[in-house]
Design a protein around this ligand. Structure first.
Ligand code: SAM
Length: 155
């Protein structure tokens, strides 16, 4: 279980502050692309009691982690997010495929933190930017290591 003492170590609080500053405190629908062990999802769901969060992750092995590590991360996410019930909507698919089922302009925010290769990020932006309504937040993580960047505010 994550504790308050971890806040900040993954820049969770930066994302929350951005949402608050955009008057999205009553944030109701968002998506996290790349969930891993659910740390950020847990924090967002805990911070925004009305939030329904789409958590998109195919949990396939990639250079940093083998399949066994990914299974472990998925199980941690499942256990960690169970307490939020139907507010946590897990989509075990790749980002671009999952986006097809999401209507346009229906989300308050999208947080991109999936496949960090250039081409994949371009595809994530193309697939998910249209899902954010006017005035919402489209942002991502790891633009450079350790950095959190807001790619754009959807206008
Ligand atoms: C850096 S981790 C995410 C960390 C998480 N956002 C957090 O803050 O705790 C990257 C995740 O992206 C996932 N991923 C890789 N390719 C993906 C894709 N095409 N679509 C969605 N997620 C993907 C990986 O499985 C991995 O769990």
């Amino acid at each position: 279980m994550l504790q308050e003492s971890l806040i900040g170590s993954y820049n969770f609080n930066v994302l929350r502050a951005l949402l608050e500053s955009l008057d999205l405190l009553k944030t109701q629908a968002g998506a996290e692309i790349g969930v891993f062990d659910g740390g950020t999802s847990w924090y967002l769901l805990r911070s925004f009691p009305q939030l329904r969060l789409f958590g998109v992750d195919p949990y396939l092995a990639y250079p940093e982690y083998d399949q066994s590590r990914m299974r472990q991360a998925e199980q941690t996410a499942v256990d960690r997010l169970a307490q939020f019930g139907e507010r946590s909507i897990r989509i075990k698919e790749s980002s671009v495929s999952a986006a097809k089922a999401i209507p346009e302009e229906c989300l308050d925010f999208v947080f991109v933190d999936g496949d960090h290769t250039y081409d994949a990020v371009v595809e994530d932006i193309k697939a998910w930017y249209p899902k954010v309504h006017a005035g919402g937040l489209f942002c991502g993580h790891d633009y450079s290591w350790g950095a959190f960047i807001v790619l754009s505010m959807s206008l």
